[in-house]
Design a protein around this ligand. Sequence first.
Ligand SMILES: [Fe+2]
Ligand SMILES: [Fe+2]
Length: 497
Amino acid sequence: MSRKNRTIIFLAALLVIFTACTTTGRGAPERKYDWNDGPYLIQSGSSGTSVTVCWITTEKRDSTLVWGTSESDLSNTITSSDSRVHSVLIEGLLPGSNYFYSIQEEFLLFPGNEVFDFSTPADPAGDEPLEIIIAGDLQPKNEYTLMTNRIVAEQIDREDPDFIIQVGDAVQTGSSSESWHNLMSSLPLMASERPIIPAIGNHEYYFPHDNGSFRSVFPYNYSAKKSCYYSLDIGEVHITVLDPYDGGPAGLKAKMTEKQKQWFISDLDSAVREGAGWIFVVLHQTVLTSGEFFDDVELRKWILPILSDHDIDAAFWGHTHFYEHWEYQYGENGYLLSPDDKPGNNPVDYFVIGSSGASLESNYDLLYHKPFTGESHSWYNTNTGLMEEIETIQYPWNPDVFFEGEQGKNQFNDTDLHFYQLPFDLNGEYSSDPLISYATDNQWFGYQYGENTLHYAKLSITDDECIVTIHYPDGTLLSGPDGSIPQRFTLPRKRRN
Ligand SMILES: [Fe+2]
Ligand SMILES: [Fe+2]
């Protein structure tokens, strides 16, 4: 092929990619889908008084849902017309009540007219804590990850939370109907009886760059026509879900539209103004991580001051397939990202909830990547009034630091060892040994603990406190290599106004 022809083909490919990047297409499951899958719930209407039931059929057709207040009295009928991806909004529900529904379809996981039930959250909350499970990346793509997804989904169902948040990368390939079917081989086990609140990940955008499948499978009222960011309130709990990739192809870095950035600030402003008891932020992209990739430094620079200014309670992201936790009070160490910023009033908890089924980070380059300095950048020293270039080095995780799975910690595969990072020396100080503390900014950001394991997080929220716990797939608490660092955190209610 001549050089000229190659150039023409290259330019044509660029045009295709560019076109794909600027459109939101019809999702893959709407074009072709060979299975009856579901059902699963989402919370696209007001929590407490509505729920949306979703399912997918092999062909475009009418499909009927019946529902009611008891298993024997499903007297309300709603028909979803001429669709492949069905979503039916049930409204007029009473807070703190039980309901039942059934769909007149045979599903992969639920042959026959299975009857499902769900409860609406009480308002006011009353004595029962509101329980939210946070699930990490799922990405079922082979027999093993289909199994791990199923095991974690069954455990989340046993936990019986009120809601599930999923941090993105629910599927391996967003443009593949088969990938969505793989997800549906376990998702309904946990989400058929309580709503799921999903964040979009880079894998939902793959390939080409398109969020159409995500938007059709999870039809929330997104805050912009071609993006997947939104927020919702469950009683006093405000949850903001970002779309890190609405401004361009999902790669190693977030690319967010200016419109989303402005929306995010005003969304948090109004949550604070209206006196939200709890504010949680969820996004897929890693603001902080000590995995095999850089922190997204530009994202970090933009978002940390905003999260600190609004004194949010916690933020959760995924993308790196393991667990990590930081407690970081912005500016407390005397450094800000910009002279215009102000230090935070309180520490904020940041979590990587990175795998509730996805292939663990140790199966990538976690243990063997070259040390890198890509996170070095300028900080403003509040004592001297000068900008300083701070170099940070991120090392691979030490392959000799792991503990064997015991009962309850078994990861079902000999190669998925519990590698961990406990960055302290014997005196409890941050170690300077890169074989113990794998990133030189661990102390800076208040790194607490990380572990290469399947897991999920659980929030138990009352009027006064939110208890965050991290669990293995069998429900036991992550407690570190010697059981001395139980991953259980009490977040007191903050007074923001
Ligand atoms: Fe990801
Ligand atoms: Fe992922």
